[in-house]
Design a protein around this ligand. Structure first.
Ligand code: PRP
Ligand code: XAN
Ligand code: MG
Length: 168
């Protein structure tokens, strides 16, 4: 029997799981906005991974103003310098006050550090967090170890896996 199978090297998230965890994130953020009634002005998704959680959060919190910021920091699993490819609406954003910025995960924290610099008063939220980037995020749901690779459902497909024992 092998020690580890390829599909065990990561943390595999199903659509159902990301839906539940994103709802949990919405639940945690509900009523914590800076407005008197605790609401948030807008949701901004960090594309592309933040779009699915941002959609779920904005649906749960009844936020109709949704914008995007595009930050690219990885080529497959190789990290490079984080760069902003597209900014959200300037007038909407201001210094970030009342804006909920959502991403799927924080890993090294490079992406969020850049976003924080641009919008110092925004609230940064992710569904998953790794220890190295945890300081960069104000609200998250689940922490995984630094050496875990999170596999999201939009990056996967159902396929055959070999049994632990056997040759087929
Ligand atoms: O904390 P960091 O080390 O900066 O990494 C986290 C970021 O990396 C991934 O995005 P990626 O740049 O791969 O783009 P994508 O969302 O379009 O897949 C992920 O979705 C986060 O946005
Ligand atoms: O799909 C992903 N899983 C991860 O664990 C990760 N870390 C940075 N970027 C990532 N993308
Ligand atoms: Mg991303």
């Amino acid at each position: 029997m092998t020690d580890r199978l390829p599909h065990e090297k990561g943390f595999h998230i199903s659509w159902d799981q990301i839906h539940r965890d994103s709802r949990a994130l919405a639940w945690r953020l509900d009523g914590h906005g800076p407005a008197e009634d605790g609401s948030w002005k807008a949701v901004v998704a960090i594309t592309r991974g933040g779009m699915a959680p941002a959609m779920i959060v904005s649906r749960e919190l009844d936020i109709r103003t949704v914008d995007t910021i595009s930050v690219k920091s990885y080529d497959h699993q190789d990290q490079s310098e984080a760069v902003v490819l597209k900014s959200p609406d300037k007038e909407l954003m201001g210094d970030g006050e009342g804006i909920l910025i959502v991403d799927d995960l924080v890993d090294t924290g490079k992406t969020l550090a850049l976003v924080r610099k641009m919008f110092p008063k925004a609230h940064l939220a992710t569904v998953y967090a790794k220890p190295q980037g945890r300081e960069q995020v104000q609200t998250y749901i689940t922490e995984v170890s630094q050496d875990t690779w999170i596999f999201f459902p939009w990056d996967m497909a159902l396929q055959y896996v070999r049994p632990y024992r056997g040759t087929e």
